[in-house]
Design a protein around this ligand. Structure first.
Ligand SMILES: Cc1ncc(COP(=O)(O)O)c(C=O)c1O
Length: 457
C-alpha cells in the first residue's frame, strides 16, 4: 500500500481528521514507506489533495514534529526524520510483496487521489434519501431510467452523440461492454472482428473470448486504416477514434468517413471505444463517431478515466439490433450494475458535479502534460513525445542509439519508477495522469532526471 493510499484510507476510516492523518503518517514512517529524509507535501498541497482544512494538516505536522517523526525548517519544508528504526514487519509474510514503485507511470490509470469522495458520498446520500424502495429491487437490465436520461443528456452535450435513453445500457466498464457486444454479435452469426493493432491487450483478450476471430487492423499516424476494412471481411471493428491506444493518434476525417461507409455498405458494426475523449488539451474534443451512424455504431464510454477504474462503471449506446441480444446476456449474468452506484452516479450527473470534476481534472492533467513536454524539450531533446495532446499518458519514441525500451524500463525500475513498453515499437508509455497531485512534480522530475542521464549527449 502506498503512503498516499494509507493516508486516504485512514482519513476515510476515521473521518477527515487530524488523528487519522497522524496515524497514517506515523505508520508509514515506522514501516519504512516514508524513508528518512523524504520530503512531505506542503500543508496546503496535502490539505487540497485530501479535501481537508489546511489547519488540520498544520496541526498534524506539528504534533509529529513534537514526537520526533518529522523535521522542518522555514523555507526548507517538512521531511521525515531519521528515527534509527530497523524496519521489521511485525507479522512475518509468507511471500514478500513486490515493492511498489515510488512513481508508477501506469498509462491507463487516472489520479486515484483525485476521486471526488465528498461529492460521490453526498450524491449517494441525497439519492438514497429520495429513492423509492423499488429502486433497490431487481431493475431494468439497461440501468435506471433516470440514469439513462442523465447519461443521454451528457453524451449529447459533451460528446455530440445521438443518444436515446432507451438505447443506453449501463455496464461494468468498457471491457465488459466490449465483451457483451462481442457475444451479442456472435448470436447474430458474426464471426470476424477487426481490431486495431496495436491495441490494449485486455481488449484483444475480451474480444477473442467472445468467440470472434480477430483480424488485425493496422494503425498509422492518421489513425486506424479503415480504408482497408473492405479487404478484411470483418463483421465488426473496434476503433478508438478520439485517442487510439496506445499510439495516441486521432482518426482523421477521411478515415472516419471510410469506417462509416464500410459499416453502411456491409452492415458491419463499429465498436467505438470513447474512453478518454473528454481529456483533450489542445482543442475541443472531436465528437463521437457514433453520431455519424447511430444505427451501425455500438458506442462505449467509461468512468475509468474521468473518475476511477475501481468503480467499474461504463455505458453502451447501442444500435437497435444489438439491444435485445445484449440485454439477454445481462439477464443471465449480472442483471444490471449495482443500484447504489447507479443512484450516486445519477445524482453526480444531475447536480453538475461530474462535469465540474471532469473540467478540474482536465486542467490538472493538461498542466502535467505541458510540464512534462517542456521538461523533455529542455532536458532530453533526443526523446520525442508522440500522439495528440490528450488523455493520461504520452508515448515516448526512443532514439535507436540508446537502450531498448525494455532496458529503459529496467533502468527506471532500479530508480523505483515504473514505465511501460509499447509492443512492436521502441517506445515507452508514460502515464503522467496516474501520479497523485502532490507527487506529480517530483515524479516528472525523477523521470526526466533518468532520461537526461540515459540520453546525455
Ligand atoms: C484503450 C482503453 N479503452 C478503455 C479503457 C477503459 O476500460 P474500462 O472501462 O474497462 O476500465 C482503457 C483503460 O485502460 C483503455 O486503455
Amino acid at each position: 500500500m502506498s503512503v498516499q493510499d494509507s493516508w486516504t484510507t485512514s482519513v476515510a476510516q476515521h473521518g477527515p481528521r487530524r488523528d487519522a492523518l497522524e496515524t497514517a503518517l506515523r505508520s508509514a514512517i515506522r514501516d519504512g514507506r516514508l524513508a528518512p529524509g523524504s520530503r512531505l507535501p506542503s500543508t496546503r498541497a496535502l490539505a487540497l489533495d485530501l479535501g481537508i482544512a489546511r489547519g488540520t494538516v498544520v496541526e498534524a505536522y506539528a504534533q509529529l514534529r513534537a514526537e520526533g517523526y518529522l523535521g522542518a525548517r522555514r523555507g526548507a519544508g517538512t521531511w521525515v526524520a531519521d528515527l534509527g528504526l530497523s524496519i521489521a514487519p511485525s507479522v512475518p509474510r509468507a511471500r514478500p510483496a513486490a515493492p511498489s514503485p515510488r512513481f508508477d507511470f501506469h498509462p491507463g490509470q487516472p489520479d486515484l487521489s483525485a476521486f471526488p469522495r465528498a461529492a460521490w458520498a453526498a450524491a449517494l446520500r441525497r439519492g438514497l434519501r429520495a429513492a423509492a424502495d423499488s429502486t433497490l429491487g431487481y431493475g431494468d437490465p439497461r440501468g435506471r431510467p433516470e440514469l439513462r436520461e442523465e447519461l443521454a443528456l451528457y453524451l449529447t452535450r459533451a460528446r455530440g452523440a445521438v443518444a436515446d435513453p432507451e438505447r443506453v445500457v449501463l455496464c461494468c466498464g468498457f471491457r465488459h461492454g466490449l465483451s457483451l457486444v462481442g457475444r451479442a454479435l456472435r448470436t447474430e452469426r458474426a464471426t470476424r472482428m477487426a481490431i486495431e493493432e496495436p491495441c490494449a491487450p485486455p481488449h484483444r483478450a475480451a474480444a477473442a473470448a467472445s468467440g470472434l476471430r480477430l483480424v488485425p487492423l493496422a494503425v498509422d499516424e492518421r489513425g486506424a486504416r479503415t480504408d482497408l476494412l473492405g479487404e478484411l471481411r470483418a463483421d465488426a471493428v473496434v476503433l478508438g477514434p478520439a485517442h487510439q491506444y496506445p499510439l495516441g493518434v486521432v482518426l482523421q476525417p477521411d478515415r472516419r468517413a471510410a469506417a462509416v461507409e464500410w459499416a453502411r455498405a456491409t452492415g458491419g458494426v463499429i465498436v467505438e471505444d470513447d474512453y478518454d475523449a473528454e481529456l483533450r488539451y489542445d482543442r475541443q474534443p472531436v465528437g463521437a463517431l457514433q453520431a455519424l451512424a447511430p444505427e451501425h455504431v455500438a458506442y462505449g464510454g467509461t468512468a475509468s478515466k474521468t473518475l476511477v477504474p475501481g468503480l467499474r462503471l461504463g455505458w453502451l449506446l447501442l444500435p437497435p439490433r444489438l439491444l435485445e441480444p445484449v440485454l439477454a446476456l445481462r439477464e443471465v449474468e449480472d442483471v444490471h450494475v449495482p443500484a447504489t452506484d447507479q443512484i450516486a452516479f445519477t445524482e453526480l450527473l444531475r447536480s453538475g458535479a461530474y462535469e465540474r470534476h471532469v473540467r478540474r481534472m482536465r486542467t490538472r492533467y493538461r498542466a502535467r502534460r505541458v510540464r512534462l513536454v517542456r521538461m523533455l524539450a529542455e532536458r532530453v531533446p533526443a526523446v520525442t513525445p508522440e500522439g495528440a495532446a490528450a488523455g493520461l499518458r504520452v508515448l515516448l519514441d526512443l532514439p535507436g542509439s540508446g537502450p531498448t525500451a525494455r532496458e529503459l524500463c529496467e533502468l527506471a525500475s532500479e530508480r523505483s519508477l515504473a514505465l511501460y513498453e509499447v509492443a512492436g515499437r521502441n517506445a515507452v508509455l508514460v502515464g503522467y495522469g496516474a501520479l497523485p497531485e502532490y507527487d506529480a512534480e517530483a515524479g516528472l522530475r525523477a523521470l526526466t532526471d533518468l532520461l537526461a542521464t540515459v540520453y546525455a549527449s
